[in-house]
Design a binder for this molecule. Structure first.
Ligand SMILES: Nc1ncnc2c1ncn2[C@@H]1O[C@H](COP(=O)(O)OP(=O)(O)OP(=O)(O)O)[C@@H](O)[C@H]1O
Ligand SMILES: [Mg+2]
Length: 448
């Protein structure tokens, strides 16, 4: 951490620098407020020790100018005889604290250590918040994403029920998160319950809780997710995987706000906003009789459908940047960049697993590829091959790239077929052997 020491007395500057230097602080000393401000305009420091009485611009003015420049800076004032009132005023205007002259070095050290501790803690909290914000950021500026964002903005502040649908990995949980963070229930409990992740026989006790002795193994009372979501939001993920009996109980919660714990006969009342999500076709399930029709209509007050990634491939460059940032935080390495060719290759694939698949693919690349800039060639092995020809037909490649892509895949397949016997392959393909050899080299085709 770096400290700027501002005092017109040379002795004080030197003593402070000495002692704080021994504590491991990097110190810069200046004799006037003007010099301090000039320094701050160029350099960043973590704290400042500032004399109240200075020749030229006085300490109070320096403080104000400094805080305009760096509102977060911790400033420790030093007040001499007769300037204590000014020092108190400085604290009112945002200084961290003040110390009186003659300086007790023990007090200086305590104050500086406190500031250091406070700042370290602040950084940690801020980093945590940044990471969280990053994790839940909805990325993309395609029409698809802008429409989604607009819907979220409209629906979030209302208390109405929302049914989020979309293929696996499209961001249903992320949308639920966004709905909560833009609602009045932000800061209240946000409880997630995933029916698909819990064995069917445990769903009801997880959700509604149970009384002691409700079944073998129920040795204590258990408070369920529903109760914990009181006054907050309950996210029923994978609602299509919920059994009919639990569906009936959830319907009652939605209609009357009441339920009982498993094995209990006391009726409990709760007030919660329900957001549900599924990748299944609930309407079809209603027709088949595996999902309650009345529950479906109760939940589907506001439907939000998230289109698959293949419908907004133009968001891929933004998503790539976003995930690089995320991984660099997570794994502590500098974000990689992707060449334009690599980005186009990423946009040529159809992603049955949607954004999650893209994220996993990028995570693998980040970890396994040492290069700072990822090229198309480096990326190729990370993309499933079978899909390539088909996907290059509907991709955003230029004509030239698509042609090369086809040639590469075609020739590789043919060469494999003839065991990389180039003269045989050339004959079979009706090509001159030197032409085929040139193509192989030009397209960078190699045996797998
Ligand atoms: N638009 C987006 N911007 C940034 N990240 C996204 C976006 N969409 C999805 N993701 C990320 O992709 C991953 C999958 O998202 P999420 O878990 O919300 O999908 P899901 O629809 O709930 O999938 P599943 O049906 O498999 O549960 C998460 O890591 C999420 O952060
Ligand atoms: Mg999900």
């Amino acid at each position: 951490m770096k400290i700027l020491i501002v005092d017109d007395e040379r002795n004080i500057r030197l003593t402070l620098k000495d002692i704080l230097g021994d504590e491991g602080f990097e110190c810069k000393t200046v004799p006037s407020g003007e010099k301090a401000l000039a320094y701050l305009a160029e350099e960043r420091v973590d704290m400042m020790i500032l004399d109240v009485r200075l020749p030229g611009m006085d300490g109070l003015e320096v403080l104000e100018k400094t805080l305009q420049l760096e509102p977060d800076l911790d400033v420790l004032m030093i007040s001499g005889h007769g300037t204590i009132e000014t020092a108190v005023e400085a604290v009112k205007r945002g200084a961290y604290d003040f110390l009186e002259k003659p300086l007790s070095m023990a007090k200086v050290l305590t104050a500086v250590r406190n500031i250091r501790e406070k700042r370290t803690l602040q950084w940690k909290v801020r980093e945590e918040q940044d990471r969280e914000e990053l994790q839940y950021r909805l990325v993309g500026h395609s029409d698809v994403m802008e429409t989604l964002r607009a819907t979220i903005r409209q629906v979030a502040p209302t208390d109405s029920k929302v049914l989020i649908t979309g293929e696996s990995g499209t961001g249903k949980e992320l949308v639920a998160q966004a709905l909560v963070s833009q609602s009045q229930r932000k800061g209240q409990p946000f409880i997630k319950f995933n029916s698909a992740a819990i064995p069917a026989e445990l769903v009801e006790s997880e959700l509604f809780g149970h009384e002691k002795g409700a079944f073998t193994g129920a040795t204590t009372r258990k408070i369920g997710k529903l109760e914990r979501a009181n006054h907050g939001t309950l996210f029923l993920d994978e609602i299509g995987d919920m059994g009919l009996s639990a569906q009936a109980k959830i319907l009652r919660v939605i209609q009357e706000g009441t339920f009982e714990r498993v094995g209990g006969n006391k009726t409990l009342t709760i007030q919660t906003r329900v957001i549900a999500a599924t990748h299944k076709d609930l309407e079809a399930m209603v027709r088949e009789g595996t999902f309650r029709e009345d529950l479906y209509y109760r939940l589907n007050v506001i439907p939000i459908h998230i289109p698959p990634l293949r419908d907004h491939l133009e968001d891929i460059p933004d998503l790539v940047d976003h995930f690089q940032l995320l991984f660099s935080h997570q794994y502590n390495f500098p974000p990689k960049s992707f060449s334009p060719g690599a980005l186009r290759l990423l946009q040529s694939y159809t992603y049955p697993g949607n954004v999650r698949e893209l994220k996993n693919l990028l995570e693998r690349c980040s970890i396994l590829l040492p290069a700072r800039e990822i090229t198309r060639e480096m990326l190729r092995p990370f993309l499933p091959a079978a899909d390539e020809v088909v996907s290059s037909l509907r991709s955003q490649l230029t004509f030239r790239e698509a042609k090369r892509e086809f040639e590469r895949q075609f020739l590789r397949t043919q060469l494999q077929r003839y065991d990389w016997n180039i003269s045989l392959a050339a004959r079979q393909l009706g090509m001159h052997q030197p032409n085929l050899s040139r193509k192989i080299k030009e397209l960078g085709i190699e045996p797998e």
